[in-house]
Design a protein around this ligand. Structure first.
Ligand code: ZN
Length: 562
């Protein structure tokens, strides 16, 4: 918890000087020395001897997309490749292995592999000429398609860009095979939807993967109707072991109807509001209680991303010569609609969860929260602004003033090619220095939460924590830190990923350890105090050997048995 912000006293909870933990039922019964704790061993108290390893509260991922992670086992997974040839070989292999699939669908490719972040259809045609292909890039804001997919969608040189989307083109207007933002939907809407059983399988696969990384709870950052149904089904069967908070989607037209165009004025507001209320109340999903599933949040994509110039900026992007060029990006909502929805949903007890990357979008999100507070008074809304890539310095104190949670994705705060080649040149030096200001936010008293945005980035907490602490890519010992004044201490970073993320996910009994608290905890393979003293690359390599949720062992590495 940030200095000056009310909340649980996490200092003695998040890094307990304990060598043993006793768990009775769902709660921590004791935390202390071997002697004290071992004395409690009994029929109803399970004792884990830590043997010098560190115990921490379980991690809560404050912004993640687990179904996308689970679907990687079903679709074409391009997460591991760094050359165009390797991507194409993987697509060809997947197509050959799945001759029955009418569509080749996948994701995970990275923009820096392709000149200017633009992938072309001819390359895909060379490996899959006959079936349509749609491959979303790692951040989900752009997609690479082949010629067959463009033909089926009827996209050609005469097709106008859709609202809030862009069809990348050659100078003569011919589509190159790269679709940005809402233009992806022109193709995606043709792809047959997975059935619910596939979504449930994906969720369970993802849950196992996340528990193995020490994640005991999360906020699913964009949940359309069909995924609410999948979550409900596995929770109903007692298979949901994580604590999950759902951010209901506002950009899925199948849920909210065509009239829910965010620029559509009052009809749009009513449609979104009614659909969200119906979704949350059906099945009794309110604020998290004793169950493991709740749907108190509503997600808004306020803008896009910097690299494709779709993030909304206060001032224009820069061109190759450093002069303003290419506009200020795109706000996905009419500000009046965004504010009216904030007032209405806040009054009805919903949490507002904003995707905001550009300084213009961050300001719009904060403005919406401010308007809601003025209309409804200060409520325990726990509204949050996620990604917060560029924050105008004037807006940093507003997080504390509005009690808005800053939901950061620490892995992104590094010099790597997407930052150095695609982002810094179009932001210029002043705005480059306003990126991911986690240290400044904490110093200004903001509440900070961390999330991975998996599958945009890795779900592993320790590489993310290392970047938060060093602002250098994990393991790059000699790398140049990205804005070193924004570095956090290890304890600050851990608090963001535990008590901060649990707070913004309404998991108030998780996030810090103490006697009587829920036994949501992880055991690491090493002593974190020793890592902290040396602060070597060992932090990123830290592994979780056991994960408990509510006292139940949900992951155990073979190492713990020995
Ligand atoms: Zn996300």
């Amino acid at each position: 918890m940030a200095p000056g912000v009310d909340g649980p006293a996490a200092t003695d909870g998040d890094r307990p000087a304990a060598t043993a933990v006793a768990v009775a039922g769902v709660r921590v019964a004791a935390l202390g020395s071997d002697r004290d704790v071992l004395a409690l061993r009994g029929r109803r108290t399970r004792v884990v001897d830590l043997r010098g390893r560190t115990v921490l509260p379980g991690f809560t991922d404050a912004h993640t997309h687990p179904v996308s992670g689970g679907l990687r086992h079903v679709e074409c997974d391009l997460d591991r490749f760094d050359t165009e040839a390797a991507h194409l070989a993987a697509v060809a292999a997947y197509a050959a292995a799945h001759p029955d699939r009418a569509w080749i669908v996948g994701d995970g490719w990275s923009m820096e592999t392709f000149p200017g972040g633009i992938a072309r259809r001819e390359a895909l045609d060379s490996v899959v000429p006959d079936r349509p292909v749609l491959l979303t890039n790692r951040d989900g804001h752009g997609a690479w398609v082949n010629t067959r997919a463009l033909e089926l969608a009827g996209i050609d040189a005469a097709t106008p860009d859709p609202p809030l989307g862009r069809i990348e083109r050659d100078p003569d207007g011919t589509p190159v095979g790269m679709l940005q933002e809402a233009a992806i939907e022109l193709v995606r809407r043709l792809i047959p939807e997975h059935d619910q059983a596939t979504f449930e399988r994906a969720l369970l696969d993802a849950q196992a993967e996340l528990h193995a990384l020490g994640i005991t709870g999360w906020q699913d950052a964009n949940v359309p109707h069909r995924l609410v149904a999948a979550y409900r089904a596995i929770a109903g069967r007692g298979q949901l072991t994580a604590r999950v908070t759902l951010s209901l989607s506002t950009n899925e037209f199948d849920l909210y109807g065509e009239e829910a165009d965010p620029f559509g004025g009052t009809d749009a507001i009513a449609a979104v509001r009614d659909a969200v209320a119906a979704e949350a109340s059906a099945g009794g999903l309110g604020r998290p209680g004793p169950g493991r599933l709740a749907a108190p949040a509503v997600k808004f994509f306020v803008d896009g991303i910097i690299e494709s110039r779709t993030a909304a900026m206060l001032e224009p992007y820069l061109g190759g010569d450093g002069a303003p060029a290419g506009g200020r990006g795109t706000l996905n909502f009419d500000p009046a609609v965004l504010r009216a929805l904030a007032v209405d949903l806040d009054a009805r007890g919903f949490q507002l969860h904003y995707h905001a990357i550009g300084d213009g979008a961050v300001r719009e999100a904060l403005d919406a929260i401010e308007v809601a507070r003025r209309a409804n008074g200060a409520r325990d809304g726990r509204h949050h602004v996620a990604h917060i890539q560029v924050i105008h310095p004037d807006d940093i104190p507003r997080f504390r003033a509005l009690d808005a949670v800053a939901n950061g994705q620490p892995l992104w705060a590094v010099h790597e090619s997407q930052m150095d080649e695609l982002t810094i040149p179009i932001l210029g030096p002043e705005r480059t220095a306003w990126q991911y200001p986690f240290g400044s936010l904490l110093r200004a008293g903001a509440r900070l939460a961390f999330g991975s945005d998996w599958t945009v980035s890795t779900a592993e907490p320790f590489p993310q924590l290392e970047v938060a602490v060093r602002r250098v890519w994990p393991g790059e010992v000699d790398g140049i830190p990205f804005l070193p004044a924004e570095r956090l201490t290890l304890d600050e970073a851990l608090r963001a990923f535990t008590v901060g993320s649990a707070f913004v996910s309404w998991q108030d009994e998780s996030g810090w350890l103490g006697v009587g608290r829920l036994a949501d905890l992880v055991v690491l393979d090493r002593d974190l105090d020793l890592v902290d003293l040396g602060l070597s690359g060992d932090l990123a390599a830290t592994k979780v050997v056991a994960t408990l949720v509510g006292g139940e062992l949900v992951h155990e590495a073979p190492a713990l048995e020995g």
